[in-house]
Design a protein around this ligand. Structure first.
Ligand code: H2B
Length: 76
């Protein structure tokens, strides 16, 4: 579940290993670039964590973040 906290939408995904996690990140990167909306994210081995917000809106959660979250869920 995405959780809205401190003006960010947060979620962590867990995969079998680094290869699976990085494959997922590659797919997310392509979608983010298409949407011109890019995640704040981090990766530790098999985990990928997101903190989504919109810099252009003063680091607030906007509809673009909700849309990106939906697309990310489809790729996991
Ligand atoms: C110039 C370009 O359109 C902007 O910097 C875009 C790119 N990707 C972005 N991504 C996010 N998360 N927030 C933004 O405000 C944003 N702005």
């Amino acid at each position: 579940m995405w959780k809205e906290e401190n003006n960010t939408l947060k979620k962590t995904f867990e995969f079998k290993d680094f290869k699976e996690a990085f494959g997922f990140m590659t797919k997310v990167a392509i979608v983010a670039e298409k949407m011109n909306h890019h995640p704040n994210w981090s990766n530790v081995y098999n985990k990928v964590s997101f903190e989504l917000n919109t810099h252009d809106a003063g680091d607030k959660v906007t509809e673009k973040d909700h849309q990106l979250a939906k697309e990310i869920d489809k790729l996991a």
